[in-house]
Design a protein around this ligand. Sequence first.
Ligand SMILES: [Zn+2]
Ligand SMILES: [Zn+2]
Length: 885
Amino acid sequence: MADLNKTYDPAVVEDKWYGIWEERGYFFADETRPGPRFSIVIPPPNVTGVLTMGHVLNNTLQDVLVRFKRMDGYVTLWMPGTDHAGIATQNVVEKQLAKDGLSRHDLGREEFERRVWAWKERYGSTILLQLKKLGSSCDWRRERFTMDPGLSQAVREVFVRLYEKGLIYRGQRIIHWCPRCHTALSDEEAITTEGGETGHLWHIRYPAEDGGPGVVVATTRPETMLGDTGVAVNPDDARYTDLIGKRVVLPLMERPIPVITDALVDPTFGTGAVKVTPAHDANDFDMAQRHNLPPLVIMSTDGRINENGGRYEGLDRFAARTQIVADLEARGLLVKAEPYRVPIRRCERCNTVIEPYLSKQWFVRMQPLAEPAIAAVRNGDLRLYPERWVGVYLHWMENIRDWCISRQLWWGHRIPVWYCEVCGKETVARTDPTQCAHCGSGTISQDPDVLDTWFSSWLWPFSTMGWPEETPTLRRFYPTDTLITAADIIFFWVARMVMAGYEFMGERPFSEVCFNSIVRDLQGRKMSKSLGNSPDPLDVIANYGADALRFTIVALAPPGEDVRYAVEKTDLGRHFANKIWNAARFVMMNLETQPADLATVKTATLDLPERWILSRLQTVIDDVRATFSNYRFNDGALALYQFIWHEYCDWYLELSKVALYGNDAGRKRQVQAVLLHVFEEALRLLHPFMPFATEEIWQALPLARSSDSIMIAAYPKSDPAHRDAAAEGAVGRLIDAVRSVRNIRSELGIPPNATVSIHVAADGRGDEVAAFEPYVKALAKVGTVGLLSAGERPSGEPSALVEGLGEIFVPLRGVVDPLDVRKRLEKDLAKVEKELSAAQAKLSRPDFVDRAPADIVEKEREKASTLRARQGTLQRHLAALSAES
Ligand SMILES: [Zn+2]
Ligand SMILES: [Zn+2]
């Protein structure tokens, strides 16, 4: 039997065990091992990432599930890795270069890519090392990176297949353009500000070519008028009948443009006339296509007005806006400017205002891919937890738009398309071609763009397993079982993985998706770097231990609700770890060198507390197991907390002392066996949540072990033979009885060291009172327990009712002076009543109830109710005491 230090030191214990586990290969998923298997892929953090509280929650949940499955007999794979994170990583390296006054263009593409790889080699595993600190039991031997050769081959294969199927095309479209990152973005990367942003709706007059008043159009982006090639009205709009087919003059540019009709123009919005800017608005682009209006691009890729903008050329888009509004006003063409909430999108990476921009990009036709992904969720092949995400998922899928996958970046998978200078056709190939597939010309050049980062992450569940090769890993571990992820990437990643799974593997990529909570601060704000409201998880681990952080964050995270976290809350986990540590020390101090195995103990001969704690253990085993299948990990954590802290430590350890400190050697051995058995099973139950402390303690216990580590020991299964409803009921009453006597002692001011006698009026329950006697004596400092005969009720003695047992009387005579007690109780009662009437007065004031914050009012109500209960107790005791005199 090893010794446990007096206090638990997580830092020493955690590093030691992580090293041992990894070295012994416990994290490795051996595909040749027979038996059921469980697999899960990590949501790959960006290589630029550092551990956040969001990662802590997400990875702890995955580790809890993975450790449970591993212990439960599954060959378990947790596939780890990182994402190359196109824009994010390119930005990091560009920022570094900027310090030396360089841009990526100064280096050239090849050298720049080399620099990014160098950066990745140096810093790219930071977050993985941090995940190890947290205890994550990933199969590190299989670590993947989205730009590994294997994964790059998968990306290439997928591009070619989709291209050949006609699902990838190149088109002139309005895309979201970030003028700072100089790239196109997908819908999901162009973040809409909820409720819009402060701005204006400018009403501008376009005079008729013949000198008439013309039309008034409204816009939130007046600078785009430089690119107007028409004005549209609804064909049924009587106000404009005279103008239809004629031309108006585009102010400032003095360019005549036609007035067209389109049924999609809403006559009730604004003046019913809209400007048509095909190159800078998606709807206008579609309308222009219907009417053969030419697109006119008036901005360069950095957001400046280009040569098509006349005298505004060279101005930044926002400077141009100011200038144009001023010029319109000077010409008397600005009809009005009203404050307006403008729908604006911003770049997910740099927060720059996105420009809808006409550009030639590559797209994936998504609708055919979405069909099986919709069916999967509808028919239950794929389940989402919490269920409310089903609606969100289906809505997006059913309204899916084509995915813009080309990015004007240098860091990423280069688009495998070569353009021919001779015939102008494109060659798309699995291996880099040297000549045009159409005319055989050697003068071909590769598309300079790279693919959206998510174009590799959407293949993650199978590309990490070796696809397109038919690898043993893929055969053994695909499809995966569960995906645990943050909900904010449901469209970026989850939905697309589902589509890719069905398209390329013919099968779902996972059967269940569990969306974890969002971690917020105590004020409800999402934790973020820019707000500076997120603690550094590594500091928390250093100060509290990884187990404490893991347990706390899981316990605080009910599925579907946000977590309110602050560092101090980690005390929950820290105190729990210390409690278990102290319990372990108690257990070990009270064991023989070779305690009996419970299997050798005749359980029928066990006393009540042993039968009770064994029965409770079976319930908690079933409860915790159930929480793994419905992803209510917080309930599992709290069930263990309740069982270990309150039932095992608070009550069972106390009850066990009767036998441990007694003289009956046979009983003592029984109790020791139960003490150890329950504690050891509780440790195994808790291991997925607190892997380090449970291992350290488990190794120290005097056990006949069947495995070298708790992390590969079997997860407990409940044993119906230990279910004992009668014992649970009886010990419930015993606990109530002990509590009642303790309460009376403290309420009446009986000194802790004074022994009292009690009388129990337990009509018909005499046997139970006898069974309780030794425990009540030990736990409530009772000298003798007397049984009252039927109907006998002493007067003048304070008492308490114990449901299902009877009434317990605690005579004061000989212990304290009843007169003193009465005086003190009367004083207490007067004080309580005064406080109570003050609280009641406050609560009857409408100005308080209606105007004070709800939680303050609620607190006041709770206070009043506590005071009322206390008043009742005092009155009852006083009544009993008065009956005597
Ligand atoms: Zn940007
Ligand atoms: Zn050619």
